[in-house]
Design a protein around this ligand. Sequence first.
Ligand code: NAP
Length: 283
Amino acid sequence: MAEVVVIGLGLIGGSLARDLRRVGHRVTACGRDAAKLAPAIELGIVDAVADDWAPALAIADVVVLGVPVGSLRELYARIRPHLPATAVVTDVGSTKASVVRDVAAACGGRLPTQFVPGHPIAGTEQSGFAASVEGLFAGRTVVLTPTADTDPAATARVAALWQEVGARVLELTPERHDAALALTSHLPQMLAYTLMEQFADAGDDALAQLIGSGFRGMTRLAGSDPVMWRDVALANRAQLSLALRRYMERLGELAAAVDAGDGKRLEKLFGAAQAAHRRLPPV
Ligand code: NAP
């Protein structure tokens, strides 16, 4: 049994807290407003909520940072003086190079050996601990991005926790993670927001009656928290910008084929995409 402290008991922190309790760990939540977190005890998400972070951190074996990536630097600087030398700290942020940079900056320029950057590839468009669910990570991939500074025993500890809740763990460099996720997560998120904006800008109330499951599926992610995604877009801006530019080139090609009435070209583009989609592994 480990003493786990979750700071940022939202969708991801809350879901992990639920699962870690289920497998026998003791979980304490810390947040900006302890009164707001109190119902999490009744909901069975955590064992305790700490008003004062210092005593909770002083006995922690593992600390999970479940906050938006833009707030990690300040948060790490705040918790650092209270962490026991043996405590392993990990995060769940959607970008990794910025997290490595920010945590190192909070610690005088060097990444702490006990910090293991992580990112579960699982979630929903909901936020807050009330939206947390058990089993969110079962069968899902969690990426850990330890650096040369990271203690391998700390990485093994964090990997074991994720495996206990049913996830499979993959190790990547922070840069490889960010390049891949720009394409598989951050770009689709931007497309959902822009599709939804284009719909709203049409200013036609009747359109809402004319939505099918395709539009709903394509825009589901637009329901996501704007602060979290602002942070992700800024934190991974080089890779996201590249992905957006490549996508705009493809849209340009598509628009040209439509303008030219080039059915052969359209069929070729759609056929290649369909074949690639069929090669995706089953969920
Ligand atoms: P969420 O439900 O909005 O939860 C965020 C939590 O962080 C809330 O408890 C919030 O507390 C707290 N928080 C926000 N700013 C803070 C600050 N400056 N200091 C301390 N606590 C702060 O968000 P989430 O979806 O769980 O996302 C959390 C992290 O997981 C993000 O880094 C995100 O990139 C990553 N992630 C998200 C998903 C997803 O699908 N949503 C998937 C994988 C990874 P308050 O209640 O006080 O605001």
